[in-house]
Write a protein that binds this ligand. Structure first.
Ligand SMILES: Nc1ncnc2c1ncn2[C@@H]1O[C@H](COP(=O)(O)OP(=O)(O)O)[C@@H](O)[C@H]1O
Ligand SMILES: [Mg+2]
Length: 274
């Protein structure tokens, strides 16, 4: 099983004093995973940025391990039930449909079966799907110790991706900041992603014109300064280099996600992408 070790707070036990004959004293040094939502979200919310209402829930290891029974072809033992109940309680408060993700990912490319939660009955299945996706990501998988239930923002999708579980495509941007300074900004969706997601496969939408409306037309947006203001304010609140994802909704721009800049997908061809 991969990823089992991967907890939000990675604990290194550093032996100290051994070579100086001071006995076996151990010093715990905690390395915070800043990309995890549980790190950046409380700070961004406290700074007054527009964010979806969010409830954070910790996943105990025994619940995580119980989910793995499914992958081993066995039934779950029931040890994950209290955790599922916690997620359901959070979703009851937020209201259905709501948005479900871990501190690291939403597995959005499976939308209808992952992050888009319509009822409490879907909780176990959607969580298992997100854990499975997390396990398969990267070399060691993504941690699943932190979960977030979020209010579904009122969006006006430009298109739907049948290839990504009917994921809605909305106008969205990723800005890179160093502290309060905006370094660069890009549309969120590369044309290739829209094509792979099957935009235009079912409807008559022309994928090229949707891409243009999502990205190029932004120069005409009356409130685009707001994007820069929000990203800059987020960078100031956290300090350091970040990617900031900002989503257009019927209630204006919302900050939905952040990641340490060097861990974040950067628009192909941007010379600041490193
Ligand atoms: N609260 C929300 N309401 C509606 N759509 C959302 C919400 N949060 C995220 N999304 C949409 O889902 C996508 C994925 O969300 P995100 O939290 O960034 O997960 P990931 O890190 O896996 O991309 C976003 O790019 C946005 O389009
Ligand atoms: Mg994201």
């Amino acid at each position: 099983m991969r990823g089992r070790y991967a907890v939000h707070v990675v604990v290194f036990l550093k032996k100290t004093g051994l070579d100086r004959g001071e006995g076996k004293k151990k010093e715990e040094i905690k390395m915070i995973d800043k990309t995890c939502l549980s790190y950046w979200f409380p700070k961004i919310e406290a700074a007054g940025l527009p964010v979806p209402e969010t409830r954070i829930v910790n996943m105990p290891n025994e619940a995580y391990e119980d989910v793995f029974n499914i992958f081993d072809g066995k039934p779950m033992t029931g040890k994950a039930e209290p955790f599922f109940d916690e997620i359901k309680a959070a979703a009851d408060i937020i209201g259905y449909p709501c948005f479900l993700r871990t501190g690291q990912t939403s597995a959005k490319h499976g939308w209808d079966e992952t992050c888009f939660l319509e009822s409490s009955e879907q909780v176990p299945q959607h969580m298992v799907a997100i854990v499975e996706y997390s396990e398969m990501t990267g070399l060691v998988g993504l941690p699943c110790d932190i979960w977030a239930v979020r209010k579904l923002l009122p969006v006006n999708p430009f298109a739907i991706c049948p290839g990504y579980g009917n994921m809605p495509i909305c106008r969205e941007f990723r800005l890179f900041v160093d502290g309060g300074v905006v370094r660069c900004w890009h549309p969120y969706w590369p044309l290739k992603a829209l094509m792979n997601g099957g935009v235009g496969r079912i409807t008559d939408d022309d994928v090229g014109s949707i891409f243009d409306r999502l990205s190029k037309e932004v120069v005409l947006l009356p409130d685009k300064d707001r994007l820069f203001y929000l990203a800059s304010k987020a960078g100031l609140a956290l300090g350091g280099s970040w990617s900031v994802d900002i989503l257009e909704t019927e209630e204006g721009w919302y900050l939905t996600d952040m990641a340490e800049a060097d861990k974040s997908y950067h628009w192909e061809g941007c010379e600041l992408g490193g």
